[in-house]
Design a binder for this molecule. Structure first.
Ligand code: ADE
Length: 241
């Protein structure tokens, strides 16, 4: 997969992308991430990328032309068609299902805004979708793009060492529930005991306990994620037990 990031601060994203699972995915050749600065495609001595908004008001708006030229250059480096996503608080919420969908693409362009945003005509003409990482406003789209890259990269086949670990994440299993609690050594600690079932060696009982924990946590913390009618009989029994 190839991800191109259009940003006035492309180093911001490449920093994040060079560490941990995303860095390893790049080393393994599963993913390549490339930063592009629209300022490099701006005209004039000042290489201006923004201007005041028509109609007045605070802040600046990113201009069409530097973005259009930069995006044309991005498209031209690779013949494969690409999806173009604008990171914005007005976008659709990023979900695990969306990350899965993106992980299936060969190419992706992430556009990061700064200031008040991007000229709407550019968005209409060139952007396929807008994505938000939550109902709060960041000072730019770079952190949001880094979130999309991380959530997507770890789902690329071969990115995670333990093939099982993505399947067991929150939102990934049956019903899209939250993850269960985890424990490791030491067994004895002043902070408390390890649930005995985890030491029983009974894999069926352990799986049942974990499922029940996931159901219970989701029920308490994020009840809107549970669709009772969609739950299996076994899950309903666990919730009611
Ligand atoms: N840019 C600014 N705020 C954002 C958000 N919440 N999600 C995505 N991009 C953004």
């Amino acid at each position: 997969m190839r991800i191109d990031v259009l940003s006035l601060f492309p180093e911001f994203v490449s920093q994040v992308a060079s560490h941990g699972v995303v860095g390893r995915a790049q080393e393994r050749g599963l993913l390549s991430i490339h930063g592009w600065n629209p300022r490099d495609y701006a005209e004039g001595n000042y290489r201006r990328v923004d201007d005041r908004p028509f109609g007045g008001g605070p802040g600046m708006v990113m201009m069409i032309e530097p973005l259009r030229t930069a995006l044309a250059a991005v498209r031209a480096v690779d013949p494969r068609p690409t999806r173009v996503i604008y990171m914005s608080p007005q976008g659709a919420p990023l979900t695990q299902a969306k990350a899965r969908e993106l992980a299936g693409l060969e190419r992706l362009v992430l556009l990061c805004g700064r200031y008040e945003g991007v000229d709407e005509r550019f968005l209409q003409a060139e952007v396929d979708e807008e994505l938000s990482i939550g109902d709060y406003v960041l000072s730019g789209g770079e952190l949001a793009a880094a979130v999309v890259i991380d959530a997507t990269a770890r789902l690329l086949p071969g990115a995670l060492n333990d093939a099982e670990s993505a399947a067991q994440d929150s939102f990934e299993g049956e019903g899209g529930l939250l993850d269960c609690p985890h424990y490791t050594r030491p067994l004895e600690h002043p902070f408390g005991a390890v649930p005995p079932v985890l030491l029983s060696g009974n894999h069926a009982e352990i799986a049942k306990w974990r499922r029940k924990q996931s159901l219970g946590r989701t029920w308490l913390r994020r009840p809107e994620l549970i669709d009772r009618d969609q739950l299996s009989k076994a899950d309903r029994a666990l919730l009611e037990a």
